[in-house]
Design a protein around this ligand. Structure first.
Ligand code: ATP
Length: 493
């Protein structure tokens, strides 16, 4: 992980990117986990040429992210704060587009799912009932030689700081016995810092949904099967955060709890597996970089009947993007027990009362953003030079179009400003008149802007512009009054 040590503030560009705490060197590729194979998405999807070679490394992505304003390290001028990142001007748009794409498909376009936005701080009993106080732990070991701490179950994924770098325990340093470390952040509510005022920063958004199950069902008049979706911050005091936005201590989740009648759960589990995989494809991720991986019996949470991960092939290996779990009736039953409130559901049609089962697709907004960024990264050649281009699906691209006057005279800048004002009422658009037109295209390619609009002498005569496509670099002429409709059509392919 990129771990800025306050005593040795690492320069952004010097960090290594390996799974876990790895300080072992650039771009060390870990071998992919064994099980699982790629699964075809059931829906048609938008993606670019899949024969293209993968030019991407984490080093390139992180450098581009900083240079072009996708993400900066938190508190960088103070040496940085480990595993915390700030999204820059284009990063904030990209992540917002990822969340919007999720919300649109999971909530806005469905009649059987509604949204919620719960407080981060919840009653401490919630976390007792959910099992997080007792069991939300990772096994931790200390190396007596280098004094670093590692997750005992991930020793093969990380590298110790000794040189030459080895896996913890292989450098001659003795590891302590594993002890359980609770990942929840604690804080105090109110002016008194004692045990009675301890509250937790939520480690997942799901529990806010479970405790509101009846509120939402009653208020929205939803009948089972139906879902409740939420996007929001979660906090985990991870022992080994790392790999840029992949594993951080503060992150955003996109979770949906789908409540079904017991007995219908396996059918819905299959449904959500296919749907969620298809969502990544529809938003541009290449099929060969996605797969579903079933959890083995030893990985399954004690309450889960089944669990599958949607995995993405990052430069550091296949890793989880999203977990889809059949959580049975565990959560509602536990909250009923701890709160002494009846959380069962009465089915008016069948006149039956039951505690619903829950299918949960739980994704990370930051991890998904990273996957879209990595998958979009490409290098090709333009005008004899290497071009870095982010081939985002236009729906996710932070900036949809850029407007350029070819010359800084003859009324072209004024006309370009007018077009910029027209388009910016509909989508994020940039204006750029600095440098050669080729340079200006390159700058937009680097942030993944799908369309470039150039105002030239012909525009001043007949009110047409050139529309340049980021991927094909082809240009065509269009009348200005068709631009908005044409761009809308192309963004929503
Ligand atoms: P992991 O095994 O990677 O620790 P998890 O199985 O504990 O993840 P869940 O509890 O299922 O994760 O959370 C759902 C999703 O939230 C994950 O698939 C991931 O996208 C995201 N997520 C979880 N922990 C983190 C983190 N520390 N940083 C960024 N995203 C995270």
């Amino acid at each position: 992980m990129p771990t800025p040590n306050p005593q040795h503030p690492a320069r952004f560009s010097e960090w290594s990117f390996v799974s876990g705490s790895g300080r072992g060197g650039w771009g060390r590729i870990l071998s992919p986990p064994v099980a699982g194979g790629s699964v075809e998405a059931p829906h048609p999807t938008w993606y670019f040429d899949t024969t293209m070679s993968r030019a991407v490394t984490m080093e390139k992505v992180v450098n581009l992210a900083k240079r072009r304003g996708f993400a900066f390290q938190s508190s960088e001028i103070y040496g940085g704060l480990a595993s915390c990142w700030d999204y820059g001007p284009v990063g904030v748009e990209l992540k917002r587009n990822v969340k919007d794409a999720w919300w649109r498909e999971m909530v806005l376009t469905r009649r059987d799912i509604v949204g919620i936005d719960c407080a981060i701080l919840m009653h401490p009993r919630v976390w007792e009932a959910s099992g997080h106080v007792a069991g939300f732990t990772d096994p931790l070991v200390d190396c007596k030689k280098c004094k670093e701490r590692f997750r005992a179950d991930k020793l093969q994924d990380v590298w110790c700081p000794e040189k030459p770098s080895k896996h913890p325990g292989e450098c001659g340093g003795e590891l302590t016995e594993a002890r359980q470390f609770n990942l929840m952040f604690k804080t105090f509510m109110g002016p008194v810092e004692d045990t009675a005022s301890v509250v937790f920063m939520r480690p997942e958004t799901a529990q806010g949904i479970f405790v509101n199950f009846l509120n939402v069902a009653n208020a929205s008049r939803q009948r089972i099967p139906f879902g409740i979706a939420q996007i929001g911050k979660s906090f985990r005091n991870e022992i080994t955060p790392g790999n840029f936005l992949f594993r951080t201590r503060e992150f955003e989740q996109m979770e949906m709890e789908f409540f079904v009648k017991p007995g219908d759960d396996e059918r819905w589990f299959e449904y959500w597996k296919a749907e969620r995989l298809a969502w990544y494809r529809r938003n541009g991720i290449r099929a060969e970089n996605l797969r579903l991986r079933d959890h083995g019996a030893d990985e399954l949470a004690h309450y889960a009947k089944g669990c599958v991960d949607v995995e993405y092939q990052f430069p550091f290996g296949w890793s989880e993007l999203e977990g889809i779990a059949n959580r049975t009736d565990f959560d509602l039953k536990r909250h009923a027990e701890y709160s002494s409130k009846d959380l069962s559901y009465f089915d008016e049609e069948t006149r039956e009362r039951f505690v619903p089962y829950v299918i949960e697709p739980a994704a990370g907004a930051d991890r998904a953003t990273l996957a879209f960024l990595v998958d979009a990264y490409d290098e090709d050649e333009a005008e004899g030079e290497t071009r870095v281009v982010l081939r985002f699906h236009p729906r996710l691209a932070p900036v949809k179009a850029a407007v350029f006057p070819l010359l800084r005279k003859d009324g072209q800048p004024e006309k370009a400003h007018e077009i910029h004002a027209l388009l910016s009422r509909h989508f994020p658009v940039q204006y750029d008149q600095a440098g050669s037109i080729g340079r200006r295209y390159r700058r937009q390619d680097e942030i993944g802007t799908p369309f470039g609009i150039t105002v030239d002498h012909e525009t001043m005569r007949d009110n047409t512009v050139t529309l340049r496509d980021r991927d094909t670099m082809q240009q065509e002429r269009l009348p200005v009054d068709r631009l908005v409709d044409e761009l809308k059509r192309r963004i929503e392919v």
